[in-house]
Write a protein that binds this ligand. Structure first.
Ligand code: ZN
Ligand code: ZN
Length: 419
């Protein structure tokens, strides 16, 4: 068994891992990252003829963003869940609109990718030539899956992005009774401890209520896929009204409504969509700011979209609030508002209340250690989707506490394993 890291080595995102076993070649994700000028960064090149099967762990662009590239000259079979397949087109529509100029593929290749999808369910086992694949829930976002590759005697688990904590939207991944010799583990939060989820929810709801009671507007910039729906569920659970949602979240909501099987609190999500208001056009968009309300809008880091439109209209009033609920990459407007209290080129001062809430959908340090501890027969861990320093610390902890060998991946690295 040979593992080759094509992306996601000592970096968060752009995950791409090539595994050869028994003469078969599997590509696990083929994602992208953005550099500081928002130019998409592709993973290392792979010739399509070196890929027999592609599996897509979930629909975030850092896992699927470069995959259409393979379809310029091939028809590689794709295994993924139904909801991920349904999400591929809207994710790429947005991506191609914004970054199409920099991309070596077009909508034609995205379509071809989708046509080659064979959907799988959690628990499915597929024998394909000399290779056996198994799929399990990863608990990260609706439809997120782990791929398990079975060699002659040994097995390898690829987590994709993973979360073991239950959220309203998705049930956490379980590693009870799981046996594997090798683990390719995402470790976005290798060195961070997330506070308990119910505490985060309560603190968040109290803050929202304070702003509404004081006649303010709460803007919640959130990623369109998953974080927005989790926030709508939390607001609904605590009876917050009125709530509006705007941007790409509208389309994603519709796809999730037709894939309720992948959700944890299905009824809560349906109730939220019934009770809350979609912003359908400019008339509503302009008028919702006339009275106190909550607005959930994309983009999550305030780089554009309706979230930016609302920010420009509410930041000057101290009655209003901007509650950030997603990861904020350095140098994005969201990051700068948190770090400096100002935004834009001239550094305009934000008078509205600004706060960040940890609604992470990734395992933290504690949960990552638990995952490694739970898997029986584990011999080797390869850490991906993590910055180098925190990954090294986690590696140290795993080796010292559990005596398991750990490799911190780098792009271009090859690891030979017994199969
Ligand atoms: Zn990711
Ligand atoms: Zn993700």
């Amino acid at each position: 068994m040979r593992v080759e890291i094509l992306g996601g080595g000592s970096e968060i995102g752009r995950l791409a891992v090539h595994v050869s076993v028994n003469g078969a070649n599997v590509l696990l994700d083929y994602g992208i990252n953005f550099d500081e000028n928002d130019i998409p960064q592709l993973p290392l090149h792979i010739e399509p003829k070196r890929v027999d099967i592609l599996t897509l762990s979930h629909a975030h662009l850092d896992h699927i963003g470069a995959a259409p590239l393979l379809y310029i000259s091939s028809n590689i079979k794709v295994y993924t869940t139904k909801v991920t397949r349904d999400l591929v087109k809207p994710m790429f529509e947005d991506f191609l609109n914004i970054s199409g100029y920099h991309l070596p593929f077009e909508y034609y290749e995205v379509n071809k990718l989708v046509q080659n999808v064979e959907t799988v369910r959690y628990g499915d086992i597929i024998d394909e030539g000399n290779i056996r694949l198994e799929f399990a829930s990863a608990g990260h976002i609706p439809g997120s899956m782990m791929t398990i590759i079975h060699g002659k005697r040994k097995s390898l688990i690829f987590t994709g992005d993973v979360n073991t904590i239950d959220t309203n939207l998705v049930k956490g991944a379980s590693f009870n009774g799981v046996k594997a010799e090798y683990l390719i583990l995402e470790a976005t939060y290798a060195d961070a401890t997330h506070p308990p989820r119910d505490q985060v929810e309560k603190r968040f709801i109290e803050a929202v209520k304070e702003v509404l009671e004081n006649n303010g507007i709460v803007l919640i910039p959130a990623f369109a896929l998953s974080r927005s729906q989790e926030i709508l569920c939390v607001l609904k659970k605590y009876g917050i009204e009125p709530v509006f949602y705007d941007g790409m979240v509208r389309e994603i909501n519709k796809i999730l409504l037709s894939n309720l099987d992948f959700l944890n609190e299905k009824t809560l999500f349906e109730d939220a969509i019934v009770a809350y208001n979609e912003v359908r056009g400019w008339y509503i968009r302009k008028h919702i700011l006339d009275s106190p309300c909550v607005i959930v809008a994309s983009a999550g880091m305030l780089k554009g979209g309706p979230a930016l439109y609302y920010l420009k209209r509410i930041y000057e009033n101290e009655k209003n609030a901007i509650f950030l609920v997603s990861f904020q990459a350095p140098n994005t407007p969201g990051y700068n508002i948190l770090a400096t209290g100002s935004w834009g080129e001239g550094g305009v001062r934000v008078k509205a209340r600004v706060e960040w809430f940890d609604f992470s959908s990734h395992a933290g340090k504690r949960e990552l250690m638990e995952i490694v501890k739970s898997i029986e027969n584990l011999e080797k861990v390869i850490i991906v989707h993590s910055e180098y320093e925190p990954a090294s610390k986690l590696a140290q902890n795993i080796m010292e506490e559990l005596g398991i060998e750990v490799i911190v991946a780098r792009n271009g690295m090859r690891v030979e394993l017994e199969d």
